[in-house]
Design a protein around this ligand. Structure first.
Ligand code: ASP
Length: 328
């Protein structure tokens, strides 16, 4: 929050004309409207996205590699001691244990993820190691911790951060188990980016739902739910109550809608509409999506007001309020 910069309200619904039904092919539909994208562009969820984008942008300039950029960006958030939903300082499960989920993906289909992992400061880098050093996509729990040790990741002490301990002690007074995510209690970082040559990558990392059942895994490490990237089309990422996002394969859905000709904004709105239709108690549930297409056009949409995201381009790194299905 200390890094909070300029707020700008902006509707991301472009003035572009989309002709439904005319174009089954993504490229031909884009050819029929004016495309207003720019590259490179990096998007990430919530206001911690601003410093994360800054690190990602610096890494992109340094190595020219969009995968390095999205890894470096969210590593910033994984270290942010003020953040209660990402990294080892995040809020624990109902047993008082912090477990982390993360995923990473590039537009050529390479991907890796870890879930329900303990004592690892940078689960995003562990997810990258799964992608690059194993024949697998996902490694969880004790297996993920063992793999981390083999890969030389240091094991951190298993103690709650002072802030997380305070919140957990407060929660224990009633121990109410309500798997809901409202406007205040979520903060996962999902980041997607495209470089100047059109190569895409994304990353997503979280300590998940506060006071979850031990072993619960959300959308963030599930390829297609919390994150999906395809160089032929674009990328999407999600934040919010993971169960609702998994049910609609949220990020994959958005990429497939873009493949069929929707703009990133239209695709995010359709995903939210579907999530709202399929969820009970929607008034207590927040979820938000971000998308980029291969032209560098962007979209964002949430269930409720309150979702914001950071957008970095050559002209700056701005915190933007997303539009939402339910209006303020
Ligand atoms: N999506 C995350 C989860 O369900 C939570 C969040 O975005 O805050 O684990």
């Amino acid at each position: 929050m200390s890094q909070r910069r300029k707020f700008i309200k902006q509707s991301l619904v472009g003035s572009a004309i989309f002709l439904p039904g005319v174009a089954s092919a993504y490229t031909s539909s884009a050819a029929q409207r004016s495309v207003a994208g720019e590259k490179p562009v990096i998007l990430s969820t919530w206001n911690h996205g601003v410093p994360a984008n800054a690190d990602a942008w610096a890494k992109l300039n340094e190595t020219g590699n969009i995968l390095d950029a999205v890894e470096a960006g969210v590593r910033n958030t994984e270290l942010d001691l003020t953040n209660l939903s990402v990294g080892l300082q995040g809020l624990p499960d109902r047993e008082g244990i912090t477990t982390l989920d993360a995923s990473i993906m590039t537009g050529d289909g390479a991907c890796g993820s870890v879930a329900f992992v303990r004592q690892i400061k940078h689960p995003i880098s562990l997810a990258r190691a799964v992608m690059e050093k194993t024949p697998h996509v996902m490694i969880v729990g004790e297996g993920a911790r063992q793999f981390a040790i083999e890969q030389g990741f240091p094991l951190e002490k298993e103690v709650l951060s002072p802030n997380a301990q305070k919140e957990y002690d407060k929660w224990k007074e009633k121990s109410e188990y309500k798997p809901i995510i409202n406007i205040e209690n979520h903060d996962t970082i999902g980041m997607i980016g495209i470089d100047a040559n059109g190569k895409l990558a994304g990353s997503c990392t979280t300590s998940g739902l506060a006071y979850k059942m031990h072993g619960r895994v959300g959308d963030s490490p599930i390829i297609g739910a919390g994150l999906y990237v395809d160089d032929e089309v674009g990328a999407a990422t999600a934040t919010g109550l993971g169960e609702t996002i998994i049910r609609i394969c949220g990020s994959f859905l958005i990429v497939e809608l873009m493949r069929q000709g929707r703009t990133p904004q239209e695709a995010c709105e359709e995903a939210v509409r579907r999530l709202v239709t399929k969820s009970k108690n929607i008034k207590d549930i927040q979820a938000g999506f971000l998308a980029i297409n291969k032209y560098g056009e962007t979209g964002a949409y949430a269930v409720h007001p309150g979702f914001n995201f950071a957008k970095a381009t050559a002209s700056g790194n701005l915190l933007i309020d997303s539009n939402s299905h339910f209006k303020p």
